[in-house]
Ligand binder design. Structure first.
Ligand SMILES: *Cc1c(COP(=O)(O)O)cnc(C)c1O
Length: 360
């Protein structure tokens, strides 16, 4: 069978060039005589891999020097606990903007550790927009403010970075890391699970401002303390070595394509085409507020659940797979991360036009 266009929200497509390179190096990496999977995490070869991965990530995301970059385990969800465990360092208060299920899960987890306030939520409107907030909306003594930069399930993203003054801003960028340029200095901490835009599930990358490290309580589990991970360059224990290697290959691929700026241009073009096709159709609708629409996850519906199911099934037969919306939302969702070629989006639009003509 041929490779399909996989519109899954995650784990999702990886660049074919990356998979082919990994396949070539699978049983024997360079001069090592062994697979990366079989290699000591303390070996020179692996040391080069993780150092290059970090250097590339720093370069691609323009991470300032006073930030540590960590490669950790436990996916995005473990950060929902690590963030409060480490960043609730003074008042033990934190303000959350709840723009979807991932933000809500993070907020619920943080409640175990301190005084959490929901600064705003778009839940009553089924998370179809991003609330506009400014400094006055946050508690002055909050230890941090938390956002989900891109809402994978609902297809929204922040079109702005909230001004939190001196309060560190934390952002979950799991579904849009490396897809658009960000000024990292506006954040105290960002994190991203790998499986949406740069690698295998389980791996998570964290960039944290150095002054935010070292404030966890004494009873913070060792592995969940950013200080442990920072002091040991992510090698306190055996890290997910193969996943870090794949991430490095993806970072190299992004760089070879012109970096994040070039990715952003392509992503804006891909998303604009798809949203235009939806907005100009009389069958499909996008429920998301226009200015808050995600570049990565494009949500749309026909308004008829049976017709949605038919669309997803017929698309699959054409090699356009995983177009069903999140199990809690229904409808359709096309996840068009960096690795989704523009031809995949064109093929989806052509199929949508055909489906609309046949189902008038
Ligand atoms: C997928 C996702 C997560 C959860 O990631 P896991 O690696 O499954 O824990 C968290 N936040 C966002 C925005 C996501 O898209």
């Amino acid at each position: 069978m041929e490779r399909v266009y996989n519109f899954s929200a995650g784990p999702s497509m990886l660049p074919l060039e990356v998979l082919e390179k990994a396949a070539k190096e699978m049983v024997n990496y360079g001069e090592a005589g062994m697979s990366v999977m079989e290699m000591s995490h303390r070996s020179k070869d692996f040391d080069n891999i993780i150092k290059e991965a970090e250097a590339l990530f720093r370069e691609l995301m323009n991470v300032p020097d006073n930030y540590k970059v960590l490669f950790l385990q436990g996916g995005g969800s473990t950060q929902f606990a690590m963030v409060p465990l480490n960043l609730m360092r003074n008042s033990k208060k934190a303000d959350y903007i709840v723009t979807g299920q991932w933000a809500k899960k993070a907020m619920t987890e943080a409640k175990k550790f301190g005084d959490i306030r929901v600064a705003a939520t778009s839940e009553p409107d089924v998370y179809t927009y991003i609330p506009k907030l400014s400094k006055e909306d946050f508690r002055e003594d909050a230890d941090y403010v938390y956002i989900t930069a891109n809402n994978t399930i609902y297809g929204t993203r922040y079109p702005y970075i909230p001004d939190t003054g001196d309060i560190p801003l934390v952002a979950d960028m799991s579904s849009n890391i490396l897809s658009q340029e960000y000024d990292i200095s506006k954040f105290g901490l960002i994190f991203a699970g790998a499986q949406k835009n740069f690698g295998p599930a389980g791996l998570v990358v964290v960039a944290i401002r150095e002054d935010l490290i070292g404030h966890a309580a004494d009873n913070c589990p060792t592995m969940l303390n950013y200080k442990t991970q920072a002091d040991n360059d992510s090698l306190y224990n055996t890290p997910p070595t193969y996943s870090i290697y794949i991430a490095k290959l993806v970072f190299e691929w992004v760089k070879s394509k012109g970096g994040v700026k070039a990715m952003q241009e392509i992503n804006e073009r891909k998303a604009a085409k798809l949203y235009d096709a939806i907005d100009s159709s009389s069958l499909f609708k996008c429920p998301v507020n226009k200015e808050d629409r995600s570049l990565m996850n494009v949500v749309f519906v026909t308004g008829d659940a049976d017709l949605d199911k038919k669309f997803v099934a017929e698309a699959k037969a054409q090699g356009l797979v995983n177009l069903g919306g999140h199990r809690t939302v229904g409808g359709m969702r096309a996840s068009i991360y960096n690795a989704m070629p523009e031809e995949g989006v064109d093929a989806l639009i052509a199929f949508m036009n055909k489906f609309e003509a046949e189902n008038k």
